[in-house]
Ligand binder design. Structure first.
Ligand code: FAD
Length: 452
């Protein structure tokens, strides 16, 4: 069916007798295939108008050449062409406060319902509650579905219905429920014929939303199964291309978790599946404990007297600490938006423990730079490293950046790739002595924990 929207810029009443449409709101699910909310919207019967909103509440704090915004923009262009050909449809792009955009939409279309997939981050929950109320005032339903994870919120809980705060029992329970249900996979194929046949929908350029193209590109996720078999043996060695690089794709939904988990399970890649379950673990932690982006999960760690030396923080950010593995990691992050997991642990530990800088400073820096930044995983892992989170490493476990380099980058292939001036006078001396910094850290932590 072809429906002409009313003038999308003008605010006019929805009293016209337009046939009803369903809106599908893309957020962190930027794909057509196996997209739960989109499938449900297409099954609802009315023509579906797909939309995406560039939200200033998210965009305003980002650098103007943010690589993730470029990735989202490019992915939306791909979605637009997939919707045009072969479906004869399109994707409407808006830039503005979501509430204002929806006020405009309810006056432009006769909306039967708005469909989306759940977003679990604290801001998204508050935004969705606001949109639900706004639509409710117009007697329009807002329907949202699980798509970003296999098990969400309180689906995996302890027998007393309390959330798991330790990974291993969570993972065991997760696998038991998965074996029992296996119900997460989508079985029906979407009714593409129900997409709105209308290609003239609002569009935007990167410049229209105040951004420019980033020089950093999101690499494609690794495909095929061969690497999965070696994952357990290679994943800890940063010089090997041993991990999936799926992070940004899971974050923005360009790859669906159902497909990935199913394929990995079929390939018998248990170590890899366990990492995907870490992601689900931290997702449910953020859901149950939404204060953790700001506060330590274990409150007694708030007593730590962080030094927060700004010039040392700058050295850490720039990869100029004089510890080659730390500096290689930070330079990789700055240049590519990626850092290998082993090196994330070492750099994060160095910041919190060797420099006694608040984990929240490091979390914020990673949040700005990581292509795969995911609030639940970033906060969860930073608190894990600092010792103040759920299932955290004991605080007295302090990574030694030199022995970590000897163990995981023995031939210095990784370090050499990122530090070209390793043996030149320009490369700095260590900004802090390891054994001394270790003792200073232990003293600070002991004082803090003794004080609580
Ligand atoms: C300090 C610190 C901060 C981190 N911040 C983030 C973040 O913002 N976003 C993020 O996705 N991961 C984060 N991680 C976890 C991990 O480092 C990345 O998921 C991984 O390096 C991404 O590369 P990959 O996709 O090749 O991973 P693979 O090893 O191929 O893993 C596949 C997927 O499993 C998930 N995963 C793997 N390890 C973890 C983990 N420890 N916690 C949660 N999920 C995991 C991710 O979705 C990842 O893409 C952080 C780790 C540390 C130590």
């Amino acid at each position: 069916m072809t429906i002409q929207p009313k003038n999308t810029q003008a605010v006019i009443s929805r009293s016209d007798n337009l046939p009803p449409v369903t809106i599908f709101w893309f957020r962190r699910d930027l794909r057509l295939e196996d997209n739960t909310g989109l499938g449900k919207a297409l099954a609802a019967g009315h023509p579906v108008v797909p939309i995406f909103i560039f939200d200033p509440n998210i965009l305003d704090g980002l650098p103007r050449d943010d690589a993730r915004v470029t990735f989202i923009f490019d992915t939306l262009q791909t979605l637009k062409s997939q919707l045009r050909q072969p479906h004869g449809s399109n994707l409407a792009l808006y830039h503005g406060q979501p509430a204002a955009v929806f006020e405009q939409l309810v006056h432009s279309y006769s909306i039967a319902a708005v469909y989306a997939n759940h977003d679990y981050e604290p801001y998204a929950r508050q935004r969705d509650a606001q949109i639900r109320t706004l639509l409710g005032r117009h007697r329009i339903k807002f329907l949202s579905f699980k798509d970003h994870v296999l098990f969400e919120t309180s689906e995996i809980v302890k027998p007393d219905n309390q959330p798991y705060v330790v990974y291993t029992p969570y993972m065991r329970r997760w696998k038991t429920v998965w074996r029992e249900k296996k119900s997460c996979a989508e079985t029906t194929s979407p009714n593409w014929g129900n997409l709105l046949k209308h290609i003239d929908l609002p569009s935007l350029s990167l410049a229209d939303i105040g951004f420019k193209r980033s020089a950093i590109r999101v690499p494609a996720a690794r495909t095929g199964h061969a690497w999965l078999h070696d994952y357990r043996d290679t994943r800890d060695f940063p010089a090997c291309e041993g991990t999936s690089r799926l992070g940004p794709h899971l974050r923005f939904g360009t790859v669906g978790i159902r497909k990935i988990f199913h394929e990995s399970e079929q390939a018998g890649a248990e170590a890899f599946c366990n990492e995907l379950i870490w992601r689900e673990f931290f997702s449910q932690i953020l859901w149950h404990f939404p204060h953790t982006p700001e506060s330590c999960f274990k409150p007694r760690f708030e007593h730590i007297a962080w030094r927060n030396d700004e010039s040392e923080f700058k050295y850490w950010c720039q990869g100029m600490t004089g510890y080659p593995l730390v500096d290689a990691g930070m330079r990789q992050l700055n240049q590519t938006g990626f850092m290998h997991n082993r090196v994330r642990m070492v750099t994060a530990s160095f910041l919190c423990k060797h420099l006694l800088i608040d984990w929240r400073w490091g979390e914020a820096y990673f949040a700005e730079k990581l292509l795969d930044y995911e609030m639940a995983s970033n906060v969860g892992n930073w608190q894990w490293v600092a010792g103040c989170g759920v299932d955290a490493a004991p605080y007295f476990r302090i990574f030694n950046p030199m022995t970590q380099a000897d163990k995981f980058d023995r031939d210095k292939r990784y370090i050499g790739a990122w530090i070209k001036d390793l043996n030149a006078p320009s490369y700095p001396q260590p900004i802090v002595e390891h054994a001394w910094a270790r003792k200073r850290c232990l003293d600070a932590y002991r004082r803090a924990l003794g004080a609580s």
